[in-house]
Design a protein around this ligand. Structure first.
Ligand code: UDP
Ligand code: MG
Length: 166
């Protein structure tokens, strides 16, 4: 089995409930390696791009508000995990999408809930295939934010103003 990557997002409910430590500890059972990590304030564009495959679902607008942090805190923690069978290992510990159907000792089973409007506040996101992991990692991380360049890169001269320390 070849090396695989998996994007993990600790969603705003995970951050507001101070679950980041618990979640990362639980994921360490996989013995996968963390190759990138950061806190992100999610824009509407990023949220919609991330969940593009669900844009026709009736819960889409609520899902976008949820991942943007409208109900909790405007922070998401994004992590890149790497290792053999990363996707299956992470998704097993994350648990089923519906927190009420998830294994009670999985992350979603332990900490997830269904809101009165029906959205699954399930604390974490995990990529579901190598192709979606690649798409999602490229969406959330720049090449220099990951310890090694997983995917092919190119150098490009880009002149845009950058925020620096004063
Ligand atoms: N979701 C929801 N209701 C549903 C299905 C999905 O609220 O009936 C939300 C839930 O937060 C889920 C996200 O949409 O994590 C993405 O759905 P997907 O089917 O990709 O599930 P996942 O891959 O996260 O298990
Ligand atoms: Mg998914």
């Amino acid at each position: 089995m070849a090396k695989e990557q998996c994007l993990v997002l600790i969603k705003p409910d995970g951050l507001v409930k101070s679950l980041t430590g618990d979640i990362i500890s639980k994921l360490s059972e996989t013995e996968l390696k963390i190759m990138g990590a950061k806190i992100v304030q999610v824009t509407k564009e990023l949220a919609e791009e991330h969940y593009q495959q669900l844009k026709n679902e009736k819960f889409f607008d609520e899902l976008i508000r949820y991942i943007m942090g409208e109900y909790h805190t405007k922070r998401v923690m994004a992590l890149v995990y790497e290792g053999e069978n990363a996707i299956e290992k992470v998704r097993r510990i994350a648990g089923a999408t519906n927190p009420e159907q998830a294994d009670p000792i999985s992350i979603r089973g332990k900490y997830g809930r269904i809101t009165t409007s029906g959205v699954f506040e399930n604390v974490v996101h995990a990529s579901d295939s190598p192709a979606s992991a690649e798409r999602e990692i490229k969406l959330w991380f720049r090449p220099d934010e990951i310890v090694h360049t997983i995917y092919p890169t190119e150098e490009k001269e880009i002149k845009t103003p950058k925020l620096i320390w004063k």
